[in-house]
Design a binder for this molecule. Sequence first.
Ligand code: MG
Length: 162
Amino acid sequence: MKKYLFTEIPTQKIRGYQILLDIDGTLVADSEKNISKKTLEKIMLLSKHNNVYYCSNSKYLRDDLKKILSKNIQSLSLPAKKPRTECLSYLENTENQPLLVIGDKIFTDGLFAKNASAKFILTKRIVSKHDSFKIKLINLVDTILGPFISLLLIQKKIWFTI
Ligand SMILES: [Mg+2]
């Protein structure tokens, strides 16, 4: 399965979805405050043909990042962390559009997609040397155990084919 950075994902086939977008590691590195112009442009491109929401497990999302994102897309509040799916009750999905999760972690985003009966795009993770030791450790565990979860996602046909 080829992995793309978020900004490199081909978008031609992504139409008519409710997109649940992860932030840390997907749009920015975990410790990063600023979102790049290229990333924002990609979000806007996806927004043309889909309803895009951002949803982060991080309790204290940096205010400046939140401000920029909120200008462009809606936020989805997470009463329980991913991979739990309580947040879906907050989703206004009147047209019953299919769900698509985009994120960098199989353990949270991939299993979230599976639990939500959504499709999933695993992105190449954006990391920074300023990431905390805890984050580096979580990333390492996800990288090592990810392939096993991948098999489950293949079996359940969760992967989105780009
Ligand atoms: Mg992430």
